[in-house]
Design a protein around this ligand. Structure first.
Ligand code: BV8
Ligand code: ZN
Length: 262
């Protein structure tokens, strides 16, 4: 990460007409949240098929809720890191910047709210939308009706009968995340691909780029003639298509390349 390369990317981002950022679990690693596929990552102890699928939930909702409750408590005990903060600063600075995240930990939202609160002049404009491709751990939704709500309280997982129930229809509630084999929200997905296709630069940060359709978002930027910047200590299937790569943690790189123009 030479100073020249950093400056080159800083200028490219500042001059770009449209910037999209796709993040994965790696952007939250420095906040203490285990990733999915790194050695010791959260999947290392579990197989995705066992827990993050509709079949697992219908077979054993108690165990699935136990795992999600553990992840929710982990996330609530963590705080955004300088990588989240750098992205939040860019989103507040530029209306042509879009964040698409695979993460369900809500740390980008918290970083955005904290950045807004720190702004010198009071600003009551709505916060920029974050496109959460895979949902959010801190929301629940009903398995039967359309009820959906923020939910941060601990989940009582002693038995199936203590699991959370829908206040409207009494059915089991589930985490409001997208499981393997489930469709993503089509409006969120369309907005993500549209933003990528109209961006000159896509920053791909902290993702192993193996989960689809999320991993296709940066390809939309390439197909429209744009460039990729990859920020990841290890290589991914997208590395060979990146014009710039930074083999370093996002908490170090993002503040450098996204800092406000001098
Ligand atoms: C669907 C929510 C279709 C739940 C998640 C074969 C080929 C292609 C696709 C498939 C296939 N077989 C099956 C599929 C489809 C499947 C899929 O992609 N499977 C993969 C595994 C092959 N996709 C789906 O099922 C999707 N749905 O396709 O539906 C359909 C069609 C018709 C009808 C019905 C359905 C749904 C996918 C969503 C699954 N849900 N999460 C939960 O979290 O509990 S995915 C899960 O993986 C997380 O969301 C996570 O974000 C995501 C991706 O992982 P990453 O974020 O990339 O994390 P990972 O650990 O892998 O990588 C971390 C990276 O960070 C590493 O590269 C590391 O080097 C780096 N890093 C570490 N430290 C740092 C760092 N980087 C920077 N700084 C650091 N400090
Ligand atoms: Zn209901």
């Amino acid at each position: 990460m030479t100073p020249e390369r950093l400056q080159e990317v800083r200028e490219a981002v500042q001059e770009a007409d449209g910037v999209v950022i796709l993040t994965g679990a790696g952007v939250s690693a420095e906040s203490g949240i285990p990733t999915f596929r790194d050695p010791g990552g959260v999947w290392a102890r579990y197989r995705p098929e066992d827990l993050a699928t509709p079949g697992a939930f219908s077979r054993d909702p108690r165990t699935v809720w136990e795992w999600y409750d553990f992840r929710r408590r982990t996330v609530l005990a963590c705080t955004p890191n300088p990588g989240h903060e750098a992205i939040a600063g860019l989103l507040l600075q530029r209306s042509d910047a879009t964040l698409v995240t695979q993460n369900v930990d809500g740390l980008h939202q918290r970083a955005l709210e904290e950045a807004r609160a720190r702004e010198a002049k009071p600003n009551d404009e709505p916060l920029p939308d974050i496109l959460e491709l895979h949902g959010n751990l801190l929301r629940v939704r009903c398995t039967v009706c359309r009820m959906r709500a923020d939910h941060r309280e601990p989940i009582r997982t002693e038995g199936v009968d203590t699991l959370p129930r829908c206040p409207d229809c009494g059915a089991l509630l589930r985490p409001d995340v997208v499981w393997f084999g489930e469709m993503l929200n089509s409006a969120t997905l369309e907005a993500s691909f549209a933003a990528a296709a109209s961006a000159q630069i896509c920053l791909v940060v902290g993702t192993s780029a193996v989960v689809h359709p999320a991993a296709g978002v940066p390809v939309a930027t390439l197909q429209a003639g744009g460039d990729l910047v990859e920020v990841n200590p290890t290589t991914t299937p997208l590395s060979g298509r990146a014009r710039w790569t930074f083999r370093a943690p996002s908490g170090q790189v993002l503040p450098e390349i996204l800092a406000a123009p001098d």
